[in-house]
Ligand binder design. Sequence first.
Ligand code: FAD
Length: 286
Amino acid sequence: MRDETAHHEAALADPMLTHPVAIRRIVWENDDTFTLTLDTSGLNGGLTFLPGQFNMLYVFGVGESAISISSDPARSATLDHTIHRVGTVTTALAQLKRGDVIGIRGPYGSSWPVSAAEGKDVCIVSGGIGLAPLRPVIYSMVRQRQKYRRIIVLYGGRSPLDLLYRVELERWANESDVETLVTVDRGDSSWKGHIGVVTSLFNYIKLDARDTVAYVCGPEIMMKFSVDELERRGVPVEQVYVSMERNMKCAVGFCGHCQMGPTFICKDGPVYPLGRVRHLMDMKEL
Ligand SMILES: Cc1cc2nc3c(=O)[nH]c(=O)nc-3n(C[C@H](O)[C@H](O)[C@H](O)COP(=O)(O)OP(=O)(O)OC[C@H]3O[C@@H](n4cnc5c(N)ncnc54)[C@H](O)[C@@H]3O)c2cc1C
Protein backbone atom coordinates (compact mmCIF):
# COMPACT_ATOMS: atom_id res chain seq x y z
CA MET A 1 0.00 0.00 0.00
CA ARG A 2 1.33 3.46 -0.91
CA ASP A 3 2.07 5.99 1.80
CA GLU A 4 -1.33 7.33 2.86
CA THR A 5 -0.20 10.88 3.77
CA ALA A 6 1.93 11.38 0.67
CA HIS A 7 -0.92 10.27 -1.54
CA HIS A 8 -3.35 12.64 0.17
CA GLU A 9 -1.07 15.64 -0.40
CA ALA A 10 -0.40 14.70 -4.02
CA ALA A 11 -4.13 14.38 -4.71
CA LEU A 12 -4.72 17.92 -3.45
CA ALA A 13 -2.06 19.52 -5.65
CA ASP A 14 -4.73 21.10 -7.85
CA PRO A 15 -7.84 20.68 -5.76
CA MET A 16 -10.36 22.79 -7.68
CA LEU A 17 -9.72 21.53 -11.20
CA THR A 18 -12.63 19.63 -12.75
CA HIS A 19 -11.74 17.11 -15.48
CA PRO A 20 -14.13 15.81 -18.14
CA VAL A 21 -14.52 12.02 -18.10
CA ALA A 22 -16.80 9.71 -20.08
CA ILE A 23 -19.16 7.16 -18.58
CA ARG A 24 -18.02 3.75 -19.69
CA ARG A 25 -20.60 1.58 -17.95
CA ILE A 26 -23.78 1.92 -15.89
CA VAL A 27 -24.98 -0.91 -13.65
CA TRP A 28 -28.25 -0.57 -11.76
CA GLU A 29 -27.74 -2.23 -8.36
CA ASN A 30 -31.43 -1.82 -7.45
CA ASP A 31 -34.35 0.50 -8.25
CA ASP A 32 -32.68 3.68 -7.05
CA THR A 33 -28.97 2.88 -6.79
CA PHE A 34 -26.55 2.54 -9.69
CA THR A 35 -22.82 2.24 -10.27
CA LEU A 36 -21.13 4.48 -12.82
CA THR A 37 -17.80 3.34 -14.23
CA LEU A 38 -15.90 6.43 -15.37
CA ASP A 39 -13.07 6.36 -17.87
CA THR A 40 -10.24 8.16 -16.05
CA SER A 41 -7.47 6.83 -18.32
CA GLY A 42 -7.04 10.29 -19.90
CA LEU A 43 -6.03 11.84 -16.56
CA ASN A 44 -2.28 11.17 -16.58
CA GLY A 45 -3.04 7.54 -17.29
CA GLY A 46 -5.46 7.22 -14.37
CA LEU A 47 -6.65 8.68 -11.07
CA THR A 48 -5.16 6.93 -8.05
CA PHE A 49 -7.01 6.94 -4.74
CA LEU A 50 -7.06 5.34 -1.33
CA PRO A 51 -9.99 3.30 0.03
CA GLY A 52 -12.59 5.61 1.57
CA GLN A 53 -11.78 8.70 -0.51
CA PHE A 54 -14.40 10.48 -2.59
CA ASN A 55 -14.70 12.59 -5.73
CA MET A 56 -16.91 15.54 -6.59
CA LEU A 57 -18.97 14.53 -9.64
CA TYR A 58 -20.33 17.40 -11.72
CA VAL A 59 -23.31 17.17 -14.05
CA PHE A 60 -22.79 20.15 -16.35
CA GLY A 61 -25.40 22.82 -15.80
CA VAL A 62 -26.91 21.01 -12.80
CA GLY A 63 -24.39 20.76 -9.98
CA GLU A 64 -21.90 18.68 -8.02
CA SER A 65 -22.17 15.87 -5.48
CA ALA A 66 -19.64 14.17 -3.22
CA ILE A 67 -19.55 10.47 -4.13
CA SER A 68 -17.21 7.83 -2.67
CA ILE A 69 -15.06 5.77 -4.98
CA SER A 70 -16.30 2.19 -4.83
CA SER A 71 -13.84 0.37 -7.11
CA ASP A 72 -10.58 -1.47 -6.64
CA PRO A 73 -7.74 0.96 -5.72
CA ALA A 74 -5.37 -1.14 -7.83
CA ARG A 75 -7.30 0.05 -10.89
CA SER A 76 -6.92 3.72 -11.82
CA ALA A 77 -7.89 3.83 -15.52
CA THR A 78 -11.55 3.41 -14.58
CA LEU A 79 -13.23 4.36 -11.32
CA ASP A 80 -16.59 3.18 -10.00
CA HIS A 81 -18.98 5.37 -8.03
CA THR A 82 -22.15 3.83 -6.55
CA ILE A 83 -24.88 6.42 -6.31
CA HIS A 84 -28.20 6.55 -4.49
CA ARG A 85 -30.72 8.75 -6.32
CA VAL A 86 -32.01 11.22 -3.69
CA GLY A 87 -32.22 14.73 -5.19
CA THR A 88 -31.23 17.09 -7.99
CA VAL A 89 -27.69 16.03 -8.89
CA THR A 90 -28.04 12.32 -8.22
CA THR A 91 -31.24 12.23 -10.30
CA ALA A 92 -29.42 13.98 -13.15
CA LEU A 93 -26.58 11.43 -12.85
CA ALA A 94 -29.15 8.64 -13.01
CA GLN A 95 -30.43 9.93 -16.36
CA LEU A 96 -27.05 9.81 -18.11
CA LYS A 97 -26.12 7.23 -20.73
CA ARG A 98 -22.97 5.34 -21.61
CA GLY A 99 -20.59 7.72 -23.44
CA ASP A 100 -21.96 10.87 -21.77
CA VAL A 101 -19.34 13.14 -20.21
CA ILE A 102 -19.38 14.48 -16.64
CA GLY A 103 -16.86 16.48 -14.60
CA ILE A 104 -14.76 14.97 -11.85
CA ARG A 105 -12.45 16.52 -9.28
CA GLY A 106 -10.65 14.77 -6.48
CA PRO A 107 -9.93 12.42 -4.91
CA TYR A 108 -10.51 14.06 -1.54
CA GLY A 109 -10.54 13.18 2.09
CA SER A 110 -9.01 10.73 4.49
CA SER A 111 -8.92 6.97 3.94
CA TRP A 112 -9.62 3.77 5.85
CA PRO A 113 -6.25 2.90 7.43
CA VAL A 114 -5.96 -0.60 6.00
CA SER A 115 -2.36 -0.96 7.20
CA ALA A 116 -3.60 -0.66 10.81
CA ALA A 117 -5.31 -4.03 10.36
CA GLU A 118 -2.29 -6.00 9.15
CA GLY A 119 -1.79 -9.09 11.29
CA LYS A 120 -5.17 -8.57 12.91
CA ASP A 121 -8.79 -9.57 12.44
CA VAL A 122 -10.89 -7.13 10.43
CA CYS A 123 -14.56 -6.43 11.08
CA ILE A 124 -16.35 -4.39 8.40
CA VAL A 125 -19.80 -3.22 9.47
CA SER A 126 -21.98 -1.56 6.85
CA GLY A 127 -25.55 -0.61 6.13
CA GLY A 128 -27.19 0.29 2.82
CA ILE A 129 -25.00 2.37 0.54
CA GLY A 130 -22.38 2.42 3.32
CA LEU A 131 -20.88 -0.67 1.71
CA ALA A 132 -19.77 1.45 -1.30
CA PRO A 133 -16.84 3.29 0.37
CA LEU A 134 -15.82 0.02 2.06
CA ARG A 135 -15.73 -2.02 -1.14
CA PRO A 136 -12.19 -0.72 -1.99
CA VAL A 137 -11.05 -1.95 1.45
CA ILE A 138 -12.34 -5.44 0.71
CA TYR A 139 -10.67 -5.43 -2.73
CA SER A 140 -7.34 -4.37 -1.17
CA MET A 141 -7.48 -6.93 1.59
CA VAL A 142 -8.58 -9.79 -0.63
CA ARG A 143 -5.65 -9.02 -2.93
CA GLN A 144 -3.23 -9.28 0.02
CA ARG A 145 -5.26 -11.85 1.92
CA GLN A 146 -2.23 -13.29 3.76
CA LYS A 147 -1.63 -9.97 5.57
CA TYR A 148 -4.85 -10.23 7.56
CA ARG A 149 -6.31 -12.87 9.85
CA ARG A 150 -10.10 -13.13 9.73
CA ILE A 151 -11.97 -10.73 7.47
CA ILE A 152 -15.57 -10.40 8.61
CA VAL A 153 -18.16 -8.40 6.67
CA LEU A 154 -21.47 -7.61 8.38
CA TYR A 155 -23.90 -5.98 5.97
CA GLY A 156 -27.52 -4.96 6.22
CA GLY A 157 -30.08 -3.56 3.81
CA ARG A 158 -33.74 -2.64 4.03
CA SER A 159 -34.87 -5.52 1.82
CA PRO A 160 -33.21 -8.22 -0.32
CA LEU A 161 -33.61 -6.03 -3.41
CA ASP A 162 -31.75 -3.17 -1.72
CA LEU A 163 -28.55 -5.14 -1.14
CA LEU A 164 -25.48 -4.06 -3.13
CA TYR A 165 -22.74 -6.20 -4.73
CA ARG A 166 -24.30 -9.55 -3.80
CA VAL A 167 -22.45 -11.52 -6.45
CA GLU A 168 -19.12 -10.12 -5.33
CA LEU A 169 -19.84 -10.71 -1.65
CA GLU A 170 -20.59 -14.34 -2.44
CA ARG A 171 -17.44 -14.65 -4.54
CA TRP A 172 -15.24 -13.18 -1.79
CA ALA A 173 -16.85 -15.51 0.74
CA ASN A 174 -16.28 -18.59 -1.43
CA GLU A 175 -12.87 -17.79 -2.91
CA SER A 176 -11.09 -15.53 -0.42
CA ASP A 177 -12.22 -16.63 3.01
CA VAL A 178 -14.24 -13.51 3.80
CA GLU A 179 -16.81 -14.31 6.50
CA THR A 180 -19.88 -12.59 5.12
CA LEU A 181 -23.08 -12.16 7.11
CA VAL A 182 -25.96 -10.32 5.47
CA THR A 183 -29.27 -9.28 6.97
CA VAL A 184 -32.35 -7.38 5.83
CA ASP A 185 -34.94 -5.40 7.78
CA ARG A 186 -37.76 -7.01 5.79
CA GLY A 187 -37.46 -10.31 3.94
CA ASP A 188 -39.50 -11.55 0.97
CA SER A 189 -40.58 -14.99 -0.19
CA SER A 190 -37.18 -15.69 -1.78
CA TRP A 191 -35.09 -14.58 1.21
CA LYS A 192 -33.69 -17.41 3.32
CA GLY A 193 -31.10 -15.32 5.22
CA HIS A 194 -31.11 -13.28 8.43
CA ILE A 195 -33.82 -10.76 9.19
CA GLY A 196 -33.07 -7.92 11.59
CA VAL A 197 -30.85 -4.89 12.00
CA VAL A 198 -27.11 -5.07 11.26
CA THR A 199 -26.16 -5.23 14.93
CA SER A 200 -28.15 -8.47 15.32
CA LEU A 201 -25.40 -10.13 13.21
CA PHE A 202 -22.92 -9.68 16.08
CA ASN A 203 -24.77 -12.57 17.78
CA TYR A 204 -23.45 -14.93 15.10
CA ILE A 205 -19.74 -14.11 15.35
CA LYS A 206 -17.20 -14.37 18.12
CA LEU A 207 -14.69 -11.53 18.00
CA ASP A 208 -11.13 -11.70 19.25
CA ALA A 209 -11.82 -8.14 20.37
CA ARG A 210 -8.32 -6.98 21.43
CA ASP A 211 -6.96 -7.99 18.02
CA THR A 212 -9.78 -6.68 15.85
CA VAL A 213 -9.79 -3.50 13.76
CA ALA A 214 -13.30 -2.35 12.76
CA TYR A 215 -14.47 -0.11 9.93
CA VAL A 216 -18.06 1.14 10.15
CA CYS A 217 -20.11 2.97 7.52
CA GLY A 218 -23.83 3.48 7.05
CA PRO A 219 -26.69 5.61 8.32
CA GLU A 220 -25.63 7.46 11.47
CA ILE A 221 -28.07 5.63 13.73
CA MET A 222 -26.71 2.30 12.49
CA MET A 223 -23.14 3.47 13.12
CA LYS A 224 -24.02 4.54 16.66
CA PHE A 225 -25.50 1.15 17.55
CA SER A 226 -22.66 -0.67 15.79
CA VAL A 227 -19.89 1.15 17.66
CA ASP A 228 -21.76 0.57 20.94
CA GLU A 229 -21.84 -3.15 20.14
CA LEU A 230 -18.13 -3.21 19.23
CA GLU A 231 -17.34 -1.45 22.49
CA ARG A 232 -19.53 -3.86 24.48
CA ARG A 233 -17.59 -6.73 22.94
CA GLY A 234 -14.30 -5.14 23.99
CA VAL A 235 -12.88 -3.78 20.72
CA PRO A 236 -10.62 -0.89 21.81
CA VAL A 237 -11.96 2.49 20.71
CA GLU A 238 -8.67 3.35 18.96
CA GLN A 239 -9.15 0.35 16.67
CA VAL A 240 -12.56 1.51 15.41
CA TYR A 241 -12.97 3.84 12.40
CA VAL A 242 -16.15 5.44 11.06
CA SER A 243 -17.02 7.42 7.94
CA MET A 244 -19.12 10.55 8.44
CA GLU A 245 -21.33 12.31 5.91
CA ARG A 246 -22.67 15.86 5.76
CA ASN A 247 -23.80 18.13 2.93
CA MET A 248 -20.73 19.26 1.07
CA LYS A 249 -19.98 22.02 -1.45
CA CYS A 250 -16.31 22.94 -1.98
CA ALA A 251 -14.69 19.70 -0.69
CA VAL A 252 -11.49 21.55 0.19
CA GLY A 253 -12.26 23.12 3.57
CA PHE A 254 -13.25 26.64 2.46
CA CYS A 255 -17.02 26.85 2.51
CA GLY A 256 -17.80 25.32 5.91
CA HIS A 257 -20.88 23.36 4.75
CA CYS A 258 -19.53 20.09 6.07
CA GLN A 259 -18.21 21.43 9.37
CA MET A 260 -18.90 19.10 12.27
CA GLY A 261 -17.72 20.61 15.56
CA PRO A 262 -14.06 21.54 15.08
CA THR A 263 -13.56 19.36 11.99
CA PHE A 264 -14.37 19.68 8.30
CA ILE A 265 -15.52 16.34 6.92
CA CYS A 266 -14.15 17.10 3.45
CA LYS A 267 -10.53 17.42 4.54
CA ASP A 268 -10.27 15.89 8.04
CA GLY A 269 -12.71 13.08 7.14
CA PRO A 270 -14.79 11.40 5.92
CA VAL A 271 -12.96 8.56 7.71
CA TYR A 272 -12.20 9.27 11.37
CA PRO A 273 -10.89 7.29 14.31
CA LEU A 274 -14.03 6.80 16.41
CA GLY A 275 -12.58 8.61 19.44
CA ARG A 276 -12.37 11.83 17.45
CA VAL A 277 -16.02 12.06 16.45
CA ARG A 278 -18.08 9.95 18.79
CA HIS A 279 -19.28 12.97 20.80
CA LEU A 280 -20.21 14.74 17.54
CA MET A 281 -22.27 11.96 16.01
CA ASP A 282 -25.58 13.56 17.05
CA MET A 283 -24.66 16.98 15.72
CA LYS A 284 -26.80 18.22 12.81
CA GLU A 285 -25.30 19.96 9.80
CA LEU A 286 -25.03 23.74 9.58
C1 FAD B 1 -17.80 12.25 1.78
C2 FAD B 1 -19.14 11.88 1.18
C3 FAD B 1 -19.23 10.71 0.44
C4 FAD B 1 -20.47 10.35 -0.14
N1 FAD B 1 -20.54 9.21 -0.87
C5 FAD B 1 -21.70 8.89 -1.45
C6 FAD B 1 -21.80 7.73 -2.27
O1 FAD B 1 -20.85 6.96 -2.45
N2 FAD B 1 -22.98 7.46 -2.87
C7 FAD B 1 -24.08 8.28 -2.69
O2 FAD B 1 -25.14 7.98 -3.26
N3 FAD B 1 -24.02 9.36 -1.90
C8 FAD B 1 -22.86 9.70 -1.30
N4 FAD B 1 -22.80 10.83 -0.54
C9 FAD B 1 -24.02 11.64 -0.37
C10 FAD B 1 -24.21 12.51 -1.61
O3 FAD B 1 -23.19 13.48 -1.67
C11 FAD B 1 -25.57 13.22 -1.54
O4 FAD B 1 -26.59 12.28 -1.44
C12 FAD B 1 -25.78 14.03 -2.81
O5 FAD B 1 -24.87 15.10 -2.87
C13 FAD B 1 -27.19 14.56 -2.86
O6 FAD B 1 -27.23 15.46 -3.94
P1 FAD B 1 -28.59 15.73 -4.73
O7 FAD B 1 -28.38 16.99 -5.51
O8 FAD B 1 -28.99 14.52 -5.49
O9 FAD B 1 -29.61 15.94 -3.56
P2 FAD B 1 -30.18 17.33 -3.03
O10 FAD B 1 -31.21 17.80 -4.01
O11 FAD B 1 -29.06 18.25 -2.68
O12 FAD B 1 -30.80 16.87 -1.66
C14 FAD B 1 -31.71 15.81 -1.50
C15 FAD B 1 -31.84 15.51 -0.02
O13 FAD B 1 -30.65 14.88 0.47
C16 FAD B 1 -30.07 15.68 1.50
N5 FAD B 1 -28.63 15.63 1.32
C17 FAD B 1 -27.91 16.16 0.32
N6 FAD B 1 -26.62 15.88 0.47
C18 FAD B 1 -26.52 15.15 1.60
C19 FAD B 1 -25.44 14.56 2.31
N7 FAD B 1 -24.18 14.65 1.92
N8 FAD B 1 -25.74 13.88 3.44
C20 FAD B 1 -26.97 13.80 3.89
N9 FAD B 1 -28.03 14.32 3.27
C21 FAD B 1 -27.81 15.01 2.15
C22 FAD B 1 -30.61 17.05 1.35
O14 FAD B 1 -30.59 17.76 2.58
C23 FAD B 1 -32.04 16.74 0.85
O15 FAD B 1 -32.86 16.36 1.92
C24 FAD B 1 -21.59 11.20 0.05
C25 FAD B 1 -21.48 12.36 0.81
C26 FAD B 1 -20.27 12.71 1.37
C27 FAD B 1 -20.18 13.96 2.17
